[in-house]
Design a protein. Structure first.
Length: 376
């Protein structure tokens, strides 16, 4: 037996027992238990003292005028801790800030508008432009003009490689000179006269064929969208370049979903994002709306024969709709900026377009039922 004692009394006794059939405790085990007793003695002492106090309080409460539960609650009052310590000053500052934040968020949701856009595809077109094509096929031997260069009607633009025609012209000119010499020997020789005329006709035909290999400007204007360079093959009827008026305005031919037709009007803004150019966004003004819905194939034809194929491909790649309306918008300048550089527009440039067709409060997008109660 190991007593747990204080300076004045014994409060507990730890007794070690073991079955008689087992060996007695060894000294090392007894030492361990003595050490354990020393560690737990204060705890056992505290519990014993607390128990005695509690017993005495209960005896005293039985002779009191008050109920024991009330006396117990009075003794334990104020001993519970608080979960959160709130600073009154912090509360006074937090509540006004919270109210202001809620009012600001509500005002934002009511008065800030969320736009809705109609999106589609578009091409840049030059007003009053003329497409220049090759009348015959061949390989480009020389290009006489540069982009944005002014030309006069009849100026050479491109010359195709003409080795066979040049050889035929050389032979025809040689034959014409020989027949001319024969005629000069005897101007009265009718046969020589006929042969000389025939040689002259062949020479003129050979000269016309050589001349046909030189593509000339059909009108005065400015060269734009130069599509060929030396060594490139040109098919009969193939596109070569565009000639536009020097001061012609530039328009955008846009194709938008037909479902948005009732909400698209003239003088609305049209935002243009040019394909292949980063940070190149231009705002144009709509000047014409063709509200009749057409198929993608019919819409593509409005861009002209040269652009029809590329427009049809763009419309076909878009999964927005199968019918479209066409919109024309005037661009503010002949130049556009992209990444701090200025560039000229080209006839037939493709772009993505957006037209803002509606805007409503942000709160209405979250709770559509409140739309009729919110300011327009």
């Amino acid at each position: 037996m190991i007593p747990v004692i204080t300076t004045t009394e014994t409060v507990a006794v730890i007794t070690l027992t073991r079955n008689a059939r087992q060996p007695a405790y060894q000294p090392i085990e007894q030492v361990a238990m003595v050490a354990l007793t020393r560690e737990v003695a204060p705890i056992l002492h505290h519990l014993a003292v607390q128990h005695l106090q509690r017993t005495n309080e209960i005896k005293a409460d039985k002779g009191s005028l008050y109920r024991g539960e009330a006396l117990e609650a009075h003794r334990n009052r104020g001993q519970e801790g608080q979960l959160v310590q709130l600073t009154p000053g912090w509360v006074r500052r937090a509540y006004p800030m919270l109210v202001v934040a809620i009012l600001a968020a509500l005002g934002y949701a009511i008065f800030v508008k969320v736009p809705t856009y109609s999106t589609g595809t578009a091409v840049v077109v030059f007003e009053g432009s003329t497409s220049v094509t090759g009348t015959i096929g061949g390989t480009v031997e020389k290009v006489f003009v540069k982009e944005n260069e002014a030309v006069k009607k009849g100026d050479p633009l491109v010359r195709l490689n003409t080795p066979d025609e040049v050889a035929q012209l050389t032979a025809a000119e040689t034959e014409w000179r020989d027949q001319q010499i024969q005629f000069l020997f005897d101007p009265t020789d009718e046969q020589a006269r006929k042969q000389m005329k025939s040689a002259a006709t062949q020479r003129d035909q050979a000269l016309a064929r050589v001349e046909a290999r030189t593509i000339r400007a059909p009108r005065d204007g400015v060269v734009t969208n130069l599509h060929v360079k030396e060594g490139v093959a040109v098919q009969p009827g193939g596109y070569v370049l565009q000639i536009t008026d020097e001061n012609s305005e530039i328009e955008v031919l846009a194709f938008l979903p037909s479902k948005d037709s009732p909400r698209i009007r003239e003088k609305m803004g049209l935002q243009l994002e040019l394909d292949g150019y980063r940070k190149a966004r231009v705002i144009g003004t709509i000047n014409h709306v063709q509200s009749d819905a057409v198929s993608g194939t019919e819409a593509a034809k409005l861009g002209g024969e040269m652009l029809a194929e590329s427009i049809a491909r763009e419309l076909q790649a878009s999964a927005q709709t199968t019918t479209w309306i066409t919109v024309r918008a005037r661009l503010p300048s002949r130049l556009f900026k992209a990444e701090h550089n200025s560039y000229h527009y080209h006839h037939g440039m493709h772009a993505k377009v957006e037209v803002k067709i509606q805007s409503k409060p942000f709160l209405a997008t979250l709770l559509p039922g409140l739309q009729k109660y919110l300011p327009e």
